[in-house]
Design a protein around this ligand. Structure first.
Ligand SMILES: CC(C)(COP(=O)(O)OP(=O)(O)OC[C@H]1O[C@@H](n2cnc3c(N)ncnc32)[C@H](O)[C@@H]1OP(=O)(O)O)[C@@H](O)C(=O)NCCC(=O)NCCS
Length: 196
């Protein structure tokens, strides 16, 4: 298992389950068992990076599947066959002041890291964002999480500041949080030179 804060070389190309490709698609209500299994494969200290709750509760997971891709979150999932191997979300702000800003959450199955799965998920989220009226995507990462920082920088997120002691680990210890942001291309209608 690769801890997320360790920088590692890219060793392999994505290796989907036999007979299937790695695919990315929105979360669906029928995904609840796969989502729960994915949750359990994540190291405990990383679950909160994607899931809003660090507790394993099948009832809660079923509820997430029903509501996550409506309301204020849009969730996409990556698959190798019937195994969920990653998830990413854009959370929309409640306040009008931040209505054009989305917040990113993401995690990849430790066995599938450094294979481009995170990038596939992020590209899907970047595709969805303009349709949600999002102009900026923000992400928050612990200052010690070297892999996540490199991942986000690689995907054109830029550091906008450090919030001292704003992170909390599972034991209640504090750490600094780096705020990163990326501008999102708005899809312009084709007649004025956009992608449509
Ligand atoms: C951060 C995370 C989502 C990356 O997912 P991933 O599928 O392993 O990332 P990718 O394989 O798509 O990597 C894309 C780029 O990020 C960088 N990168 C990602 N993980 C890295 C690592 N462990 N070491 C070095 N570079 C890394 C590389 O530049 C890589 O590009 P390259 O393969 O062409 O060199 C994953 O490590 C994770 O789930 N971490 C725990 C949760 C977390 O920290 N979430 C916060 C992210 S918003």
């Amino acid at each position: 298992m690769i801890p997320s804060d360790v920088l590692t070389p890219r060793l392999r190309e994505p290796q989907p389950a036999p007979g299937s490709a790695i695919t990315v698609r929105p979360l669906q209500p029928s995904d609840k068992h796969a989502l729960l299994a994915f949750f359990r494969r994540l190291p405990v200290n990383e679950r909160g990076r994607f899931f809003p709750d660090a507790m394993i509760d099948p009832v809660l997971v079923a509820k997430w599947c029903q509501h996550w891709s409506s309301g204020r979150s849009r969730v996409v999932t990556a698959w190798s066959g019937d195994r969920m191997i990653g998830g990413g979300a854009i959370d929309l702000a409640r306040q009008h002041m931040h209505a054009h800003v989305g917040r990113i959450r993401m995690a990849v199955d430790p066995e599938y890291r450094r294979m481009g799965v995170g990038q596939m998920i992020m590209h899907e989220l970047l595709d969805i964002a303009p349709n949600l009226g999002v102009e900026w995507l923000d992400a928050e990462v612990g200052s010690h999480e070297a892999a996540a920082l490199r991942f986000l920088r690689r995907l054109s997120f830029h550091e906008r500041g450090v919030l001292p002691d704003h992170g909390q680990d599972m034991l209640g210890g504090r750490f600094d949080v780096v705020l990163l942001a990326r501008h999102v291309e708005t899809h312009l209608p084709p007649e004025i030179g956009g992608h449509g």
